[in-house]
Design a protein around this ligand. Sequence first.
Ligand code: DGL
Length: 358
Amino acid sequence: MSYPTTARWCKALMACAMLLSSYAGAADKLAHVTILATGGTIAGSGANSTTTVGYTAATVGVDRLIAAVPELAKVADVKGEQVFQIASENMSNDHWLKLAKRVNALLAQPDVDGIVITHGTDTLEETAYFLDLTVKSKKPVVLVGAMRPGTALSADGPINLYNAVLLAASPDAVGKGVLVALNDQIHAAREVTKTNTSTPDSFKTPELGMLGYIQGNKPYFYRLPARKTTADTEFDISKLDTLPQVDIIYGYANANPVALNALVSAGAKGIINAGVGDGSLAAPVKEALIQARKQGVLIVRSSRVGQGIVARNGEANDDELDFVASDTLNPQKARILLMLALTKTSDTKQIQRMFGTY
Ligand code: DGL
């Protein structure tokens, strides 16, 4: 058997070294994306492969989520952090403040190009909008979830996570505000909403439309957010440990003010009325809202309808009542904007401006 000559050994070693350096070079060229894991179905597990409801959310850690999608390494240099591990119906203001502060700290680092947040879908739209109003950077922040646990047939979590990382690594996602990526679609935080309790196409932006698609390993944008987001926000949570209590009451035929009065007695600083129609107020509720306003509680007229503008001075004389109209924000997002607004002012004219700005 003839052994390779020294020259051949050197040639082989040189080839290996060049190959490794090309990989290292390629890895070095990949965007640096941090995945912040918070729980939800994307980290969920079920009893068997056909369990798509009745599973347990928030059981799988961030390292296993990343290991389950080795393709991530082709699109970004990925690191993972487990910020918390909850089903997102348990999301709280404290969770939001902790998450927003961590996002801002990471994005201030030059070696972080984008962030992906894995999250339960129940309150994903709310966390996305809270971050849209509090992230102080133009770098991509992408929220992602799943409608089926990883143990299920055709689980949507792995491909949703792959697409979210690919989007967060893309220069095209810079300066577009906080994004939500599920089901091969790209949505803006302000308008996206969960429209189905269990199907993979649940997240939609009805009427105003999604921003684009992720297809064939590439994001495609066709629209841009029209309102101020992220780096252009006037809100600063860096020194906040709590947020003002703002609650929501729901409108319906034969509504009464019992819940409203209880919330005001419990110390609510703001009330969002998820009214019928164009934010209409049943007489008993309207009278109780007027009394609440006289006690200094901020009142925002929103609508349970879900789409369309709640017009100022439309179904109620907001000028006379000193109420605020929610524009197109649904009640759960109007609550977030009012909470942040109350960290800066209680002036209704200023707050109405904010509802026309974000
Ligand atoms: N408990 C729900 C949540 O964590 C599960 C729904 C999901 O994540 O898709 O939001």
